[in-house]
Structures are given as C-alpha cells and as structure tokens.
Design a protein around this ligand. Sequence first.
Ligand code: ZN
Length: 354
Amino acid sequence: MAPESPRSPALLPHQADPSTGLAHPRVELHVHLDTSLLYPAAKQLIPDLTPEAFRERWVAPPLCRDLTHFLDTVNPAIDLLQTEHALETAFRALVSDLQRDQVIYAEIRFAPLLHTRRGLSPRQVAHTVCRCAREQAAGTGVTLRLIFCTLRSFRADESLATARLALDFRRDGVAGLDLAGDEAGYGLAPHVPAFRLAREENLPCTAHAGEAKGPESVRETLLLLQPQRIGHGVRSVEDPDLVRELADRRIHLEICPGSNLQTRVVKRMQDHPIDQLYRAGIPLSISTDGRGISQTNLTREYRLVREAFGWTSRDFRQTNLMAIEAAFCDNDVKRHLAALLPDPPAEAMDPHRA
Ligand SMILES: [Zn+2]
C-alpha cells in the first residue's frame, strides 16, 4: 500500500507547536477508523448535519462512566460506515487530519466484520479500505499501514476469520492484528487461535489490555496472545514486577492519555502513569485512540503530557523514535521515518527543559 521506498511526506508548513516548543513530525500507532469519524466526513455523508447534531451523536461525553459507556458511543459511527462510499469518506477525512497534525506514519485500525450490516462482505470492506489507504498515502505522502481488529465480544470463528482476512490482505497494506473492545466484559479464550495463526504466519500483533482491568489482564494477554505491543497497558504500573518485565522484554505500550481520562482510567492527567512508565524504561508512544469521538489530535495529547509532567521536545522525539522502532513496517521504512525526525535540540535552546 504505502510506497516501498516512501517519499518525504507532504507535511503542511511547520508552525511553532505550543505543545512541545518544537514542530516535528509524529508517528501514531493507535488510531481507530470508527472512533475517528470527523465532522467533515459526517457532513459529506449527511449534508444537513449541523456541528451541534454531530457533537450530540458522534462525540463521547468528556467524562464517560467507564470504558463500556465509551464503547457504546461508538455504535452510531459504525452504523454510518456501512457502504464503500462512507468508509472512503471517513478514511480520507482521517488522513487529512493526520496530515494537518504533522503525522508522517500512522497505523489505522478497524474491525472489517463490523461494517457488513448493509450487505458488504468482510472482503469488500477490506478491499475498499486498503485501496483508499493506498490512494491517500500516494496523495498525501503520509505512510500508512492498516491493522485489522477482532473484538473481545467476537466468537472464536469471527476472530479467526479476522486474522485470515488480515493475512489475505497483507500485500495490500495490512500490517497487523489487534484485539479491541470490552476488556472487562469478555475473556481471551476465543481469540487464542486467531493470534496463534497470526504468530505462525509472522503477522505482528497488538492487543488492548490494562485499560479497564489491571495488570493481571496485561499478564494474561502477554501469556495467551503473545503480542509485540499492548494497546494502553497503563494499569501495568500497579505491578512493579510487570513494569520490569515490560521494560526487559521491550513490549511497547501504545498510550492514549486523553482517552484514559475520558474513560476514567485516571482521574486527572497528573495521575496518569505515562511518566512513570517512561522513566521505568518501557518503550511507549503517544496516540489519540479516537480523533472524532474524543475530539482530539496529537497536538492536544502532547500538550496534556507536557503540562502534567514537563516533557520536553527531547522526550517527545524519544517517544516518536520508540514508535518507529515498534511500528509494524519494514526496516527501510523505519530508517526513512527516523531520518525525518529532527536532531535532538540543544538543551540550552529548549525552553521547556527542566
Ligand atoms: Zn483503542
């Protein structure tokens, strides 16, 4: 999908970024297509839609009761994304948003089996999004990869079908398999065969864990699914042995601070474990999770972290390098992306350095 030798992305002119004091290219590993339904896309699909109606229907409350409540608010977006045209429209708007947000590489994830309510087959869904990703990568210069999600609530056969579909579309830009959905409500057993198949075929994997449940859920996920990365994983901080293990094994955490505030995993940003996990040597990076449902972007996410913990442009450069290291793309692409990050700033020049 993305060019084998990616060209320099058509970044919009770099403006001084108030969130970090440095406008630099970013890498995003954890962003969902369905929760990133943006107003311009919805407006294209529903011409008489007002911003107020969009906000009411497709944006989650700033504070949800919990992850389950947050996930309930995803349904209206799924309902809308049931045609090739709707999927393409949402995808294009998302990539434009990534480009505006200085993203040079993104892994966009979605569950193909959720978009079949109005007659599309999972293969049609996969084909449509893969084609759109290829076109958008070529048109914008943002290097894109796709991750197919199975959901906690899926049966074993649905999970396995998702893994097979990901393998079938590997040459079309699908780079990995994810497990998403209601962590607290469902176990892992039905998904073990899907992740085993992915492992046998060397398809990289990630899985949501340690968000609605504690460190035991991260341990269980690592044991049973053996993913290279964990989506969120923030509650690992509750178990010092697990923190050491994640650091030693270089298990990358895809951390989405704003999403964690919204689902009440943490009460205040100052309580967020990202700084502690970072200082413990765990590889991690910052993502948005859902740009539409949470009305966020990386500029906002970086600002949250900077305001709470005083991170400097040096720290954000480091997390972007760790994202590149953990990305589900080949080494040529990784070298190219790393070369696009600016040199570390001189400390004297960095106004945010403590
Ligand atoms: Zn997620």
